[in-house]
Design a protein around this ligand. Structure first.
Ligand code: F0G
Length: 455
């Protein structure tokens, strides 16, 4: 059972099918356009959507809002240093600000960054600096159905090749994303991380962690990796941070807060080089775009998130929804991680071609059937068409992510999601594809307009 009880509740919006049909038409079949109070169960993201503990709210009340040198900052800094071992801690308003500040300081045009997988804002921040972000996922990641425990690993052979090949001098840094959000939330093993760190050290290339889900990765290591079963998630996390030169952290995930993040660095001179940009764009180094209360809430969240009972309950919830999804006849990317389930929409809806967006079609029907909001990760997100709408590139897989906000929904909510999945899967032949009618030139999935295409 969950190791907490409920003290504050918020009503769930309940809508009729007719209301949902109207809402979906109004937003041109783009779920990002919905008002949140038109959504019954919101599985769009696990970012900034968690429930804070009583201790976090209390810590927030005790926050010190001094502009410089606040008590809250010093507490936050102590907690982050203790967890990560990095002496320099730069607070930022969210993870992507840490990416922007680190990359703008370390990268120059023409350089390359390597990763198990770059999250999309990470890639965007690399490219905005005129550099190339290269993903090196392990080959096991290609098989969505296999039970391989660490499909988030980096391909060590390709990493070694890249670090000694003809472009080696252009490699500026390596990012290990824990867990790999781009690979369906799959974890990275400590063995893989240790070997990647050794390669980076041997070639004099700095290694950074994208630590957004460091505690969930650590939990999966204690469950799946021989040699780590006797360790606590906290001990594994500490060891992971020690292997790297620094981290970029979105505290909206494993900080269990609504906003916040930080850049942790081992190298003091690099931190000094990052500071002017931090001050110019986020805030003075002792608040970095956050309120004092946010810093205290993050500090408390970081101490709660590695609690094995919390992580066990979170893993159990993901497993529970995974069982319901399989029972509904919908395949997921196996084995399930903790922060989300990824539904294999391409396999469920073979009658919908990639450029008619099977993932998007499934996401729309989860909303129509039961007011559930999810996010497409398929050809709408990753593919492209020519001016006449003919397909140019498709995504490798047509997936839908059901993200699980932390401490927010209970098992009966997930049972409801299971019922909706069952109803949608039963009627799958009747689900139409969708056509794009308008799209912005960049990041189209957020703002594009679509319409159903009846066969
Ligand atoms: N890195 C990873 C692995 C992420 O998943 C995210 C955000 C970021 C960095 C950026 O952090 O949002 O605080 O700026 N992921 C969210 C998601 C948006 O829904 O997966 P941020």
């Amino acid at each position: 059972m969950e190791p907490y009880r409920i003290k504050v509740v918020e009503p769930l919006p309940v809508t009729t099918r007719a209301q949902r049909e109207r809402a979906l038409r109004r937003v041109h079949y783009n779920l990002f356009g919905l008002r949140a109070d038109e959504v019954t169960i919101d599985l769009l993201t696990d970012s900034g959507t968690g429930a804070l503990s009583a201790a976090q709210w209390a810590a927030g009340m005790a926050g010190d809002e001094s502009y410089a040198g606040s008590r809250s900052f010093h507490h936050f800094q102590d907690v982050v240093r203790d967890l990560t071992s990095y002496p320099c801690v730069l607070p930022v308003h969210q993870g992507r600000a840490a990416e922007r500040i680190l990359f703008s300081t370390l990268l120059s045009p023409g350089r390359i960054t390597l990763s198990n997988t770059h999250f999309d804002t990470t890639r965007a921040n690399v490219e905005l600096n005129g550099c190339q972000a290269v993903d090196l996922p392990c080959p096991e990641a290609r098989d969505l159905d296999s039970d391989e425990p660490f499909k988030g690993n980096i391909d060590l052979d390709r990493l070694a090749e890249a670090l000694r090949g003809p472009d080696a001098s252009r490699v500026a840094l390596v990012v290990m994303t824990l867990t790999s959000n781009g690979e369906a939330g799959q974890p990275v093993s400590m063995d893989n991380l240790t070997r990647a760190a050794a390669l980076c050290r041997a070639h004099g290339v700095p290694l950074f962690l994208d630590a957004a889900r460091f505690a969930e990765n650590a939990w999966l290591v204690t469950r799946r990796e021989p040699g780590y079963r006797h360790m606590s998630p906290r001990q594994v996390a500490e060891q992971a941070f020690r292997l790297a030169d620094g981290c970029m952290m979105s505290a909206k995930k494993d900080g269990i807060v609504h906003i916040g993040g930080f850049l942790g660095l081992r190298d003091r001179s690099l931190a000094e080089r990052c500071e002017p940009l931090l001050i110019a764009t986020e805030g003075f180094p002792t608040y970095g775009g956050l309120a004092g209360r946010d810093l205290d809430m993050i500090a408390q969240g970081l101490t709660e998130v590695t609690d094995p009972r919390y992580l066990q309950a979170r893993a159990d919830a993901a497993q529970h929804l995974a069982r319901l999804t399989r029972a509904a006849g919908i395949d997921i990317v196996e084995p399930p991680g903790l922060h989300a389930l990824y539904l294999n929409a391409g396999r469920l809806l073979p009658h919908i071609a990639p450029h008619r967006f099977p993932g998007h079609a499934l996401a729309c029907h989860l909303y129509l059937e039961g007011g559930i909001r999810s996010v497409e990760l398929g050809s709408l997100y990753l593919g492209s068409e020519d001016d006449n709408g003919a397909p140019v590139t498709a995504a490798p897989y047509e997936l839908v992510r059901l993200a699980l906000p932390r401490r927010t929904y209970g098992l009966s909510h997930l049972d409801y999601v299971g019922e909706v999945l069952t109803a949608v899967a039963k009627d799958k032949e009747r689900i139409p594809g969708y056509r794009l009618i308008e799209q912005p030139p960049l990041l189209r999935h957020f703002r594009c307009k679509l319409e159903p295409v009846p066969e």
